[in-house]
Ligand binder design. Structure first.
Ligand code: NAD
Length: 346
């Protein structure tokens, strides 16, 4: 089997983990790597990943030098959460005629908040004969694809309520800032008001995806964000939280059809929840015929599963018809454990 050739763009907490995972997969080969960090540029990827060997891939901050259609089948983008911010890089990739998977949360369903940009990406991808997918653990899997899949045998669905109680500790500085981790409660509220603290990025995308997949007709989405204030000292490699400071954000998103609440997603996210005896878990409740209650304890590990799902979707995106795709549009994700996993029918 000829391996799929991958360019890893963004080598932060997620991107470097994806790159290490790809090194374990016989069906994938990392052929190029891009990151803007001056301390990475010019180094061999093996050195930055600390895998004890040179990989013959030199990290560059000049993507145009490595965006070569004849040498790269797909780019994995792990740089930002925002569709608009990602557009210049994504446009370069698509115009180079190369497929792309992004883990930017908003890219999981750009139509939810940026219908014009979504249309633009879809058209550009079709013109250039490539497919583009946004994915990740959430949005992209737990609070959308898994919810949709669980309704697969339902006769009807009245309402959905799902929650993900998770641990933010594995994530990098980008996530800490957007969740307000390490701020004072006053800074948190000011950050929510001025838009610098956004909590979970992805509720509009997940709710839109669920509504579209089932035809629930959600016409309005409301969100609320509250600080999770720590009683104890908590610390990760990227942030320190003293008692009285903010360890995370409790975020709720509700999708309405008219006045009826049809999808409610609840997502309290914090670093080291176990330090205050909070268990993690993913819970999905479908109210309809039949009624379904699913609990996964502990949570599906966020960092690990984001790396996993982005890598596992590579063969499906390479094989997909051109255009902008969502997780509800492609074959179900599965771990890439052997040859047949790379050759599913799309
Ligand atoms: P991080 O801050 O650890 O890493 C980002 C990396 O990208 C850094 O190395 C930075 O130098 C590089 N970078 C940023 N912009 C760049 C550009 N334009 N060109 C080249 N390099 C650039 O962040 P992370 O924890 O790895 O997460 C990356 C993004 O993925 C975040 O925005 C995060 O919110 C998102 N994410 C999404 C999901 C999901 O479920 N969909 C899950 C995890 C993370």
């Amino acid at each position: 089997m000829k391996p799929i050739r991958v360019l890893q763009w963004g080598l932060g907490a997620m991107g470097s983990g994806m790159a290490r995972l790809m090194l374990e997969k016989t069906g994938l080969k990392i052929v190029a790597a891009v990151d803007g960090r001056p301390d990475y540029v010019g180094k061999d990827l093996g050195e930055v990943l600390d895998v004890g060997k040179q990989l013959g891939v030199v990290i560059t901050n000049k993507p145009e030098e490595v965006l070569i259609k004849e040498e790269v089948d797909i780019v994995i983008l792990a740089t930002t959460s925002w569709t608009k911010e990602q557009m210049p890089d994504l446009t370069k990739i698509i115009k180079a005629g190369i497929n792309c998977i992004s883990i930017a949360e908003e890219m999981s369903d750009p139509e939810a908040q940026n219908p014009e940009i979504s249309k633009q990406i879809n058209e550009l991808a079709k013109e250039n004969g490539v497919s583009v997918l946004g994915t990740g653990v959430n949005p992209g899997f737990v609070l959308d694809l898994l919810v949709v899949t669980l309704t697969g045998g339902n006769h009807h669905v009245e309402r959905i309520e799902a929650s993900r109680v998770n641990d933010l500790s594995p994530y990098g500085p980008t996530v800490m800032k957007t969740q307000g981790v390490g701020t004072t409660p006053e800074e948190f509220r000011a950050g929510v008001a001025n838009g610098s603290i956004v909590g979970h990025v992805g509720f509009p995308e997940s709710i839109h995806m669920i509504s579209e997949a089932l035809g629930l007709g959600v016409d309005r989405i409301e969100e609320s964000r509250e600080p999770i204030i720590s009683k104890v000292h908590r610390e990760t490699p990227h942030v320190k939280v003293e008692p009285g400071m903010v360890a995370g954000c409790s975020h709720i998103g509700i999708g309405y059809r008219g006045e009826k609440e049809v999808v409610k997603l609840i997502h309290p996210q914090q670093i080291h929840p176990h330090l205050e005896n909070q268990d993690t878990g993913d819970y999905i409740n479908i109210f309809g015929k039949p009624e379904i209650h699913m609990a996964i304890k502990p949570e599906i590990a966020g960092g690990v599963a984001t790396m996993g799902i982005a890598v596992n979707m590579i063969p499906h995106v390479v094989a997909a018809t051109p255009g902008l795709k969502r997780m509800i549009d492609l074959p179900v994700p599965a771990a890439l454990m052997g040859d047949s996993a790379y050759h599913r029918r799309v």
